[in-house]
Design a protein. Structure first.
Length: 191
């Protein structure tokens, strides 16, 4: 048996073993996506505040580690990076509605990159695992459509678009994960 067949068998076996985890992840994403779609302004505000905390905490940790390793090369660049993260976090937490516009632009870039990555992932897996790779392809296409919607509606849609589009992304991503999990559950039959 070839090494490629052994590798493919190992992947199928691992996916089959953990298909329940993929299913749970998909179900959680679908639930959170549905909530974000139903209440997009709240989801936008929540997402903005969450990202603010992520920046603030990562900046604070970066600041501590920078001073802890102050004799390492690149001290000033690390310090600058930590301070910028802290400032970004404070701005997002202090003015989350204004920060939503900036995050909407970042989200646009994310959907473009995520869409391309999902499409490439689907293409690579079209001959492996199952015939369900189309779900991942659809998820990538939806990501690119969402990016186009954001760009077309700026700046007026920034108040609700972030929450709605993240919700749609999570819903389709969750559905793709559920499809992949259900296919992986039966993958052992073809081993």
């Amino acid at each position: 048996m070839s090494t490629d067949q052994d590798f493919e068998r190992a992947i199928k076996s691992a996916l089959h073993t953990h298909w329940v985890l993929f299913l749970i992840e998909g179900l959680v994403l679908v639930l959170l996506g549905a909530i974000a779609i139903v209440v997009p302004p709240l989801a936008t505000l929540t997402y903005t505040i969450l990202i603010g905390w992520v920046f603030l905490i990562s900046g604070a940790v970066g600041l501590v580690t920078t001073f802890w390793m102050r004799h390492a090369p690149g001290f000033w660049w690390s310090l600058l990076s930590a301070v910028i993260a802290i400032l970004a976090g404070l701005l997002l937490l202090g003015w989350p509605v204004t920060g939503a516009l900036s995050l909407t632009l970042v989200l646009t870039a994310f959907f473009i990159v995520e869409g391309i990555a999902s499409i490439m992932y689907a293409i690579e897996h079209r001959n492996q695992l199952s015939g369900r790779w189309g779900w991942m392809l659809l998820s990538g296409i939806v990501d690119l459509i969402l990016a186009a919607i954001i760009i077309a509606g700026l700046p007026g849609t920034a108040a609700w678009a972030l929450g709605l589009l993240v919700g749609i992304n999570m819903l389709f991503g969750g559905a793709a994960m559920i499809g992949m999990a259900l296919a992986a559950r039966h993958a052992v039959e073809t081993l």
